[in-house]
Structure formats: C-alpha cells, structure tokens
Design a protein around this ligand. Structure first.
Ligand SMILES: *Cc1c(COP(=O)(O)O)cnc(C)c1O
Length: 427
C-alpha cells in the first residue's frame, strides 16, 4: 500500500480522462462529442532528422555563398544516394515531377506511354505536359501496382514506353514488366516516389528498368523539402539527364540541346543528407507504428491492412487499409468523415484515379470501363497517419475509433450526410 493515495490509480484515471473511449455513438465528435485528439493528426507530416546538424550545414552554405549549381552538398547527396541504392548514377533534381519529365524525355518517350491510373497525378502529368499520351492500365488488386496483362492489351504501334509505379512501397512486378518492354522494344521507367529504401528480391530499388525516379518531397519517406532524383546504371542516360536539368548546357556558353531547370539547391541537398543520416530511425518508427496498427486492427471485420513483405527491405511509410463495406456496414468515405471530426485527417489516396481527373477524364471518357480494379480499389482504400510525429497513444486512438465505427457501422453510416465534405490538409 502507498498510504493515503494510490498514485498509480490516480495516474491511470488522469490518463483515462485524457483518452476517453467512445461508449456510445453520441460520444463521436461528429455527433457533438469531444474530439478524440486535441492536436490534429495528419498523413504525411515530414520526418525530420537532426535539426542542429542541419542548421550547421545551412550556416556553412550561407557562409560559403554557394547556393545551388554544382554545389558540394548536392554532389555529396548524390554520392550517398548512389552508394545507398547500389546504383551507378543518381542525379538530384528540384522535385520528383521534373525528374519524371526529364527521365521520360531523355529516354525518348513519345506518342503513347502506358501508366497505371492508380497513382499520384504527377505520373501521367509528366507525360501529358510534354505532349505524350498517358494510356492508363489497370492494377493488380493484391499489390496495387500495374497489371502486366492489362499493359500488354494496351500496346499499339504508337507505344514507346511503360512507367511502372512502386505504389506505397509495393514493388511492381519488375520481372514481367521487363519482359514486356524487351519483347516490344519499349523504354521502361519506374516512378519510385514511394519506394526509397525498399528492395526487390533483396536488391534496392533504384537500378531497375532504364531508370527509376525518386521524390524527396516533404511528405515522402526521405525529404529534402522539395526534391527528387533519377537513378540509373546507364552512363549515357545519366549524362543526358544531367545536362537536361541544367538547360542543356554542355559548356560555359555552349548549349547542346533543349533543357529545363531541374536543379536541386544546396539547402535541399543538406536536408537530404541530414534525412539520410536518420533513415534507420525513420524506418524503425514507421515499422513500430505499422506493427501496432497491424495488431490493433487485425480483429476488426472488413478492415484489411496493407501487409509489408518481411522478406524485403521496406520504408513502411504508408499505412493503408482496405475497407470491405459489406462487412463494415459503413463505407470508406463515412469512416473518413467520422475520423476527421475527431481531428484525424486520413487521406483517400489515390481517389478517384487519374483517369477520372482532368484533362484525362475529358480525353478518355471511356477509360473507366477498362479499369475495373482501379475503380473499385480507389473507393475503398484509406491512408492513415504514421511517421515520426505519430505516437503510440495516437495509433491506439485511431484504431479504437475505427473499431468502434465498424462495430456500429450501420447506425453511424445512416446518420451521416453524403454531402459532408472530406477535408484535406496540406502539410
Ligand atoms: C510525390 C509523387 C510524385 C511527385 O513528386 P514531387 O517531388 O512531389 O514532384 C510522383 N509520383 C508519385 C507516385 C508521388 O507520390
């Protein structure tokens, strides 16, 4: 006994006060109850490495008055990236979208290029922006990546390439895509924006296809504020994209061909290097979060968590659930509405599929009939908060809320107006 007060009990009660489980539907914030989270939880808060070290690097950059072109931080970042990925060349760029534009252009893609619709809009935009037609293929329901059979059906005499997307760190069927590309003499590019630090058959993503493109945007696993890179083992291609990202300058006053400005800056490279140094901790946190989500959601009917292959290296950057509303009795959108009222801002990545967004929905009004899996999956997946800014207690709250919502799915769903907007926060 601890005398007059049982401190453990008092402490437990205080914790309970802070974290009150919903007992009945009226306790949900959507219906007037208290919000489960005082501070909002977001998907994609940045993973930030050692602040002190980054600020020292910033000071050095300012003191040396060398902010961008051919800076030492950029060279160092590129060297470290190439080493980490086991690839010959890694060319840093201003962002992933410009890197995709430059890579597809340098590879000579024209006419039609086959790309999954179930991806971030930048993947088809990088093509359309250059007058290349993105032709949307469907995905495999298990991996959410391009379906090789769907790709084969879409090849025409105008097809020049394929862009596979390693969505959420789920790796494309590289073997089959390489076979298709070889048989039809097509260029093969991978959008690896989600797959930094992931492996395929034990080999790091970065050296597959003709080239692979990374994004180091603030929301991605590894961030350089804004940034991206093209990774390739092809010497000529590396040389070409290096010139292209710097207006095509081949010498001081000598421009060799059309280029753009895709240069990464020194502060971005310094942030990238600093992020790389903390990469193992980011993975550890993400993995811990993933295991907790997996444990807490495993018994919830109709909720399937995207499983990371334990045989491969992964960054565990995305917590994705697939909602089978036949079993939950409440659909994905209403679950999102319940959670956002509690201050939990989940995302419906990548709803509604690129083919349903302009300009593609006008150009290809019938695409949806060719993309049944994309249509279906984009209506039932939800991306949950994770990363270094999400704690164990947060995940417990998110999972308890999901379990509670599903347990009362029918009744909750019937009380929600389909007009209620689903918010998004840019972080
Ligand atoms: C983020 C992202 C991009 C674009 O990268 P940015 O660096 O934001 O330009 C491209 N493809 C996918 C799949 C992405 O998620």
């Amino acid at each position: 006994m601890m005398g007059q007060f049982d401190y453990q009990l008092i402490k437990r009660e205080l914790v309970m006060k802070e974290h009150q489980k919903k007992q009945e539907i009226a306790d949900l914030a959507l219906f007037g109850g208290e919000k489960a989270c005082r501070e909002p939880l977001y998907v994609g808060r940045p993973n930030i490495g050692d602040k002190e070290i980054f600020l020292k690097r910033m000071e050095d950059i300012l003191d040396r008055k060398w902010l961008t072109n051919d800076g030492i931080y950029i060279a160092e970042f590129e060297r470290q990236l190439a080493t980490k990925l086991g690839v010959k060349h890694c060319v840093a760029m201003s962002n992933g979208t410009v890197a995709l534009e430059i890579a597809s252009r340098a590879l000579g893609m024209t006419g039609e290029v086959i790309v999954p619709s179930f991806t971030f809009i930048a993947t088809p935009h990088c093509l359309f922006w250059q007058g290349i037609n993105p032709v949307f293929c469907d995905i495999c329901p298990e991996t959410y990546t391009a379906d090789p059979a769907s790709i084969e059906k879409l090849i025409t005499p105008r097809t020049t390439g394929i862009i596979g997307v390693h969505l959420w760190g789920q790796i494309c069927n590289i073997q089959q895509l390489e076979n298709i590309a070889r048989r039809h003499n097509l260029r093969l590019l991978f959008d690896a924006a989600h797959a930094f630090g992931c492996s395929y058959n034990g080999q790091m993503i970065g050296s597959f296809g003709d080239a692979e493109v990374f994004s180091f945007h603030a929301t991605k696993f590894l961030n350089s504020f804004e940034g991206g890179a093209i990774a390739t083992n092809n010497d000529l291609l590396a040389e070409k994209v290096r010139l292209m990202k710097n207006f095509g300058f081949v010498g001081v006053d000598d421009v060799g061909y059309a280029g753009t400005n895709g240069k990464m800056s020194e502060p971005s490279a310094a942030m990238g290097i600093t992020s790389l140094e903390s990469m193992d901790e980011f993975v550890e946190t993400n993995r811990k979060n993933y295991l907790q989500y997996n444990k807490l959601l495993s018994g919830v009917p109709g909720i399937k968590l995207l499983i990371y292959n334990q045989q491969e290296t992964s960054n565990y950057q995305y917590i994705i659930i697939e909602i089978d509303s036949d079993k939950t009795n409440i659909d994905r959108d209403d679950i999102a509405r319940v959670l956002q009222a509690e201050n939990i801002f989940v995302r419906r990545y990548f709803y509604p599929g690129c083919h349903n967004q302009e300009p593609y929905s006008s150009y290809f009004p019938y695409a949806k009939h060719l993309l049944p899996i994309t249509e279906e999956v984009s209506k039932k997946v939800l991306c949950l908060p994770t990363g270094t800014s999400i704690g164990e207690a947060d995940i417990t709250k998110v999972c308890e809320l999901i379990a509670f919502t599903v347990a009362n799915g029918k009744e909750i769903g019937s009380k929600i107006s389909p007009e209620l907007p689903i918010l998004s926060h840019v972080v």
